[in-house]
Design a protein around this ligand. Sequence first.
Ligand code: ATP
Ligand code: MG
Ligand code: MG
Length: 660
Amino acid sequence: PRLWCGHPAPYAEQAQNGQEDPARIRTRFPPEPNGYLHIGHAKSICLNFGLARDYGGYCHMRFDDTNPVKEDQEYVDSIKESVQWLGFDWKHGEENNLYFASDYFQWMYDCAEHLVKTGFAYVDEQTPEEMHANRGTLTEPGKNSPYRDRPIEENLRLFREMRDGKHAEGSMVVRAKIDMASPNINLRDPAIYRIRFAEHHRTGNKWCIYPMYTFAHPIEDTLENITHSICTLEFEDQRAFYDWALERSIPVLRGPQFEEAKAILLQMSKGEDPRALAFMRACYQHRNKLGLSAPEKALAEILDAWSDNLGPEKLMGIRAESFWALLLTQPEHYTPLLQAALDVVRPNFFLLSHQYEFNRLNLSHVVVSKRKLIQLVKENLVSGWDDPRMPTIFGLRRRGYTPEAIQLFAERCGVSRVAGGLIDYSVLEACLREDLEGRAMRRIGVVHPLKLIIDNYPENQTETLTAPNHPQKPELGTRELTFSRELWIDESDFAEVPPKGYRRLTIPADGSEAKPVRLRYAYVVVPTSVDKDENGKVIAVHCRYLPETKSGSAGSEAVKTKAAIHFVDAKTAVKAEFRLYDRLFAVAQPDAVDADYRTLLNPDSLKVVEGYIEPALATAQPDEKFQLERTGYFVADRIDHKPEHPVFNLSVGLKENKMK
Ligand code: ATP
Ligand code: MG
Ligand code: MG
């Protein structure tokens, strides 16, 4: 038998075709399509797809779209694009592992109905307030709902009426019947289905009841034969319910195997099967750790009573008979025992998914929660989901991040079971720098331009200079720059009143000779005077150049300099817009502070300035990344950059930027 969702159940293949599941492990990445993915999701993507890649398995892309209210096709599309951009794929050979949880609504309904029919779920008509009040606390047990012991037929009738739209939203829910006194509050009869008259982005108005996430998720995982269901640590206390729900849904989710299990039991109960003893021993061993509920306790009592004479010769005694009788009349009540015990007969008889938890990523100076990111977008506090300051994958991409840098970051953050850590944003930036350092072409851009006039250079002359594309990688080639009488240099490379130790252009106040400074790839210059505007602001620096000092020529070392600065030739330079980005928030943990995080945005997170670039940069492709020498890594904006209007985003500076 094949699961309808497209790939074989490992057990079925092994047992019937002698073949194995092509994947040794299956993981899944299950976002809810209610926003764009962020850097926290990137970590989860790298973990899930990375594990599958490293251990010969497959990772499923699954949209967890069981909540009709907040979901949208736009989000589905952006999520697919983000995962692929990061370098991962859900297609594996013949298998296209792209799934929508909403395709499983019928399965989820069937599981819930099965729980109702076997007495493991009931329809509760308490108000939400009553339910909350009766839930108890960490130190006090909860109180049973007055509806908890309704007859099974009544529960079934009401649940079907809920499905058929006969009851109002909020009037009733279906709850698992577990234990209102459990120390784990998640096991105090959690809701599994609720009424919602909402149109779903894929199933339309077909359903007016929807499963709760905690009930839906284990079913989704098991239908897809997920072996490792990896989630964040907040779900640790949910694991018990995850297992509970699966174990009791085996007859629905693993129908063929379940029938086969019953046949094996029947055969063994006749007393001829040599595996019977091992099977019963396993039942006995497992009876305590399974958290047996009411009907199963009867079975446990038999096992207990009969434990002292579990010898082969006594096995077929009267108690053993009642054991088999009970197990066989209502096996669906005993699936935890069945599962554990059948492992003796055939390991992994019922392949059920298991949940594993890891720490969630918290990154400083941003918020990583779709709900909060949506607010920033909707309230126009950023320019959109792909605003380069956003910690979304779209935002990071537009900022100039590479998939490799993000993968490196995910690896470096690592996986642990310690909650609450905060990774500094500079760690992410270091990963980008590390990735780009070896491969980004070097170019020149002057972000804050100031005119430099070489008074002794002929007015109509232009010469061509050659500059390497990468200082350590001659194989990346060279490009040509021009040089003439008027250049643009960066404002910060001239100081009228130099701070101590300043080695770049400055004119001594005492009238002594200025120190020579090298113009990279060109000549040594000595500043001589300045032009000022009416406010006294320096608008141009005059200098003379030393013609014998051209870079690469025999005399280039003749004059010693203590600094080399960059420039572009004013004649050939192209005007460009620079978008200088910084941290989105001014504080490290905007959502840990008392104030509304929206008031903690960094007012200096974006500065737009106009500067100049060398001509080669104007023809950059959108999304092309460069190191602007002595300035930082920049990317040609993927949307706004045009040859006639170049736009470059600052991805990351050259040096670590630690912000408190
Ligand atoms: P958000 O609170 O931002 O909506 P979420 O956990 O609700 O996040 P989902 O769409 O349900 O978002 O998440 C898909 C997967 O991404 C889940 O498996 C979840 O564990 C993982 N994930 C989400 N945020 C983080 C994070 N900050 N660190 C690590 N993994 C995360
Ligand atoms: Mg979620
Ligand atoms: Mg969430």
